[in-house]
Design a binder for this molecule. Structure first.
Ligand code: SF4
Ligand SMILES: [Zn+2]
Length: 154
């Protein structure tokens, strides 16, 4: 840190926005679209099966270990709802995207943007991990070579 750094404006930490309410609203609407189409329900009223699954999803989101930094659930690798319920959840989320776009275009666009940013973050993380592993390997090779050369000189 330089002597003049104290006079420079402090760097702001990037703000983590809480997008959980937005995600929950999107999931509720998606369940509505799916249930109306496949289980002959009307409006926001869901069939018992979808109601039960939605309740599980909402509870899990409230207890999500990632807190407000969570990825969106349909892009999460942890998939914490249990095997059968994960499959059902993913089926609802993916098969209703067209219906959601027609009924709630803005919400769908925002969800799509969130998906893209999770994918981007994942790719960046993988890239950083690969770079780290390559640097570690190179370092180990250089050390081994130096050791070998040191032994030859003796
Ligand atoms: S699926 Fe992932 S993001 Fe969603 S609640 Fe579970 S751990 Fe959190
Ligand atoms: Zn249903």
């Amino acid at each position: 840190m330089g002597i003049f750094d104290r006079f420079l404006p402090k760097k702001k930490q990037p703000e983590v926005k809480n997008t959980i309410p937005q995600e929950k609203a999107n999931i509720k609407k998606t369940f509505g679209v799916y249930c109306n189409k496949h289980h002959s329900t009307k409006g926001e009223k869901l069939c018992p099966k979808c109601t039960a699954l939605l309740a599980t999803v909402m509870t899990k989101i409230n207890r999500c270990p990632y807190g407000i930094t969570k990825p969106i659930c349909d892009r999460c690798e942890r998939q914490c709802f249990g095997k059968a319920q994960n499959t059902e959840f993913m089926k609802i989320m993916t098969s209703s995207s067209k219906g959601m776009f027609l009924k709630h275009p803005m919400m769908t666009m925002k969800h799509k943007m969130a998906s893209l940013s999770v994918d981007y973050a994942k790719r960046e993380q993988e890239k950083r991990q690969a770079e780290k592993a390559a640097a570690k390997k190179k370092n180990a090779e250089a050390k081994a070579k130096a050791k070998e050369e040191g032994q030859k000189e003796k």
